[in-house]
Ligand binder design. Sequence first.
Ligand code: SAJ
Length: 419
Amino acid sequence: AEIAVIGLGYIGLPTAIMFANAGFHVTGYEIRRDVVEKINSGKAHIVEPEIDDLLKKAIENGTLRATSDPGEIKNKDVYIICVQTPLKEDKTPNLEYLQNAIETVAKVMKKGSLIIIESTVPPLTTAKMAELVERITGLTPGEDFYMVHAPERVMPGRIFKELVYNSRIFGGITPESAELAERLYRSFVKGQTFKTSSTVSEVVKLMENTFRDVNIALANEFALLAHQYGIDVFEAIELANTHPRVKIHVPGIGVGGHCLPKDPHLLVWPAERDFGLIRLAREINDSMPLLTRELLFNALHEANVPPNRAVVAVLGLAYKGNSDDTRNSPALAFIGAIRDDVAEVRTYDPFVGGTHKNLEAALKGADAVVIATDHTAFRSLDWEKLGMLMRTRVLVDGRHVIDEPPRGFIFRGVGRGRY
Ligand code: SAJ
């Protein structure tokens, strides 16, 4: 089968690579021309373990090619759509990218094509997109073409392992659609595969991330409680988690990335009633950068540094550890929340970049340092040494990367003792 992958981002590119290395002829369609050029020269535009070698292999074997020309994805057997479905300002879904992708496909597909949506979408969307294809092509869904929602479930940083070993759901607009997609993915998926309807699969995907978001919100609320009682939430969680049926998540500066902050909104969007728990969880998680701001300002106060004279170094910009992805990063929300009230904000992130290229330069003469991302490299820093570079030694840990507060510092941490 000839495959076209629409959208070569964090999911599309790895998926295209997997199919190409499984022996399929894959054309990756991407509107960003610089990305297309880079990929065709064998270089990935995203950071992910193993990606460079796997991409090089696919390009050298000639099984993968990227293009910005819709003419090059004409008459494919399979179209796999991996475009983003972000939120608008007002927290309603922006389905423009998906709609454009579907329209592009509808114009070049043939009778008998299989269209697979990997993008996370609000419930009922796949069926609506099938109607859109029908309107454009005049073809009958389920008869003249097949359509499936096959949500990706991979964790950035572990994408190539999880693509192979995670179980997968194939939600068809008809049973035959699901069957075709399942057979295709079996070429490299070693996890279990399940078939269902497209609406169930849409809901399953959104429930997974909502489950995680709501659980993190609960952990964050426990962190707020810990501040009230002057205890260390991490000690309490560790002990609570010794119970065989309790597994509390990790509190922190907030929840970022392209999925968790958005998917709970997608889940409830088409519904008519209000879903309070899901909405409140989002609000709690979104408020965590503000709690971190409070911790910083309280510590500066204790150090007798007026905020408007404080030089603050933020360590980490990515939304989570060892990633270069800053989408919806709580680090950025935190910076936005302090920027106007402090003298200077410096940033350092070994994966993303930042205002300073190295840690020492970022800390030199600073009054406070705030850890906003749990990069592994931040766990083993010699704070007593680094502290000598600083003008004032204030340390705020938003990600629980520090076990023992270092000597000589005024320390605050999310969920750790007093405010
Ligand atoms: N976080 C916490 N506490 C936790 C866990 C995470 O504060 O206990 C924060 C992280 O620091 C990060 C955010 O939440 O800012 C999200 O990180 P994550 O590691 O939970 O998830 P993602 O966004 O990298 O990937 C999730 C995964 N979904 C689930 O684990 C249910 C992944 O499997 C999905 O494929 C992905 O969303 C997606 O694309 O939907």
